[in-house]
Design a protein around this ligand. Structure first.
Ligand SMILES: *[C@@H]1O[C@H](CO)[C@@H](O)[C@H](O)[C@H]1NC(C)=O
Length: 402
């Protein structure tokens, strides 16, 4: 509650135009270039991995603090990527990184982690099922999608979905079901041309509560009209679209023993058919202290709430250059969700949501020999921004700033 107040208050401070203002803006910066160097064919994958992957050894934040920062060639190797085409063939593209200033490793002081709990829902479940159809099919909630392998994802272009790499690949092989991968968008099945109907008070309250807590002043454009609105009848259902190409960073598949690197747990799916919905743009993840209230938001399809879109927000507990640790309530099924923030545009007129991380799920992390559990998200760093931008556009012409 306190965090929410801070968050909400800061939002107003912003509108007042105080000096805090600078802190909650999308600062566009020059992005290093990630360019394709060479592409060659690999043997076709067998698609035999079990979708229920267990990551055995994960180098989390504590482990990273003891590692030297990766050098340029290591980064280039990790950012090289595999593409799997619809016909089952696979290529590896080697990339070069240009214009990168290697920063010295940040020596952040190790923090005492929060009390360990062996659950993915921490304390009171603070997730909201979005039941109101008007919210479900409108921005930002409409950007959340379900994958046929059971994960979630987010629309980041007219025909691209960002998700977690583990949703399609276990570090060694592509998972069963990823060969014929589909993406499900929620839509209203229309019956009888949409007669006027009452929306239940409860679902309306829930959607409104979530909307408020998100700290949003939803613009008129985004907010569906409250009264006299014709609501399409029927239940929300998924409209499934085939995936044409799948991109995963080599960093995810690199480990000789199949030890997937958590830092690279993200993948891009190219849809066969473009959707016509509003999507959410990608942004570079700011530091926790530059996030209003230190809060992040995401929506996905948690397994324990069949086919319901579940929204939540929480504060981030710890960060490394590539990861965010948090105790957002989440069950499996929501992994792969896009984590977003709402900050001001540099022109100071608009608030804008951008995706700054991918929810990777619940992970056990070795902290000085002790296993601790966290919910982990993979941040969009400038290099990852450049790489995903390259995947979307096929070249880096549109990827200079992010
Ligand atoms: C599979 O699709 C890719 C991309 O469209 C194409 O380059 C490749 O030649 C195809 N391979 C086969 C065996 O059809």
């Amino acid at each position: 509650m306190l965090l929410w107040l801070i968050f909400f208050t800061s939002g107003w401070t912003l509108i007042d135009g105080s000096e805090v203002e600078q802190d909650f803006m999308w600062h566009l910066r020059k992005i290093p270039r990630v360019v394709s160097e060479r592409t060659f064919y690999l043997s076709s994958p067998t698609f035999e991995a079990d979708a229920r992957m267990v990551v055995n050894r994960v180098c989390g934040i504590e482990c990273q603090k003891e590692l030297p920062a990766p050098g340029l060639s290591e980064l280039e190797d990790s950012l090289s990527y595999e593409t799997v085409f619809e016909n089952g063939t696979r290529t590896l593209t080697r990339v070069k990184v240009q214009g990168l200033v290697l920063e010295p490793t940040q020596n952040s002081t190790p923090k005492e982690a929060a009390v360990r709990r062996k659950r993915q829902v921490y304390g009171t479940d603070s997730r909201f099922s979005i039941l109101d159809k008007r919210f479900l099919t409108n921005f930002p909630f409409n950007t959340a999608v379900k994958l046929s392998t059971g994960c979630s994802g987010i629309l980041i272009s007219p025909n691209h979905v960002l998700t977690a790499a583990h949703c399609v690949h276990d570090g060694k092989d592509y998972v069963k079901g990823s060969k014929k991968l589909r993406v499900g968008l929620l839509k209203m099945r229309k019956k009888g041309g949409g007669k006027k109907r009452r929306v239940s008070k409860r679902s309306k309250r829930e959607a409104e509560a979530s909307d408020q807590r998100e700290g949003t002043k939803v613009s008129l454009q985004e907010r569906p009209t409250r009264r006299g609105r014709r609501v399409a009848e029927g239940k929300p259902s998924f409209q499934w679209t085939r995936v044409k190409n799948t991109y995963i960073p080599k960093g995810w598949t690199r480990g000789a023993g199949g030890d997937a690197a958590l830092d690279y747990d993200y993948a891009l799916l190219e849809l066969k058919r473009a959707h016509k919905k509003k999507y959410m743009e990608l942004g570079v993840s700011p530091a926790i202290k530059k996030m209003p209230g230190g809060m992040i938001h995401f929506s996905g399809f948690d397994n324990d709430r069949a086919d319901q879109l579940v929204y939540r927000f929480c504060s981030v507990s710890d960060e490394s250059s590539d990861l965010l640790y948090q105790y957002c309530d989440a069950e499996s099924g929501s992994t792969g969700s896009g984590i977003y923030l709402r900050l001001k545009e540099p022109d100071k007129k608009h608030w804008k949501r951008k995706i700054i991380a991918v929810y990777s799920g619940h992970q056990w992390v070795d902290v000085h020999g002790v296993q601790k559990d966290y919910n982990v998200a993979v941040r969009i760093t400038p290099l990852k921004y450049a790489q995903i931008c390259l995947w979307i556009h096929g070249n880096d012409a549109n990827c200079a700033y992010g």
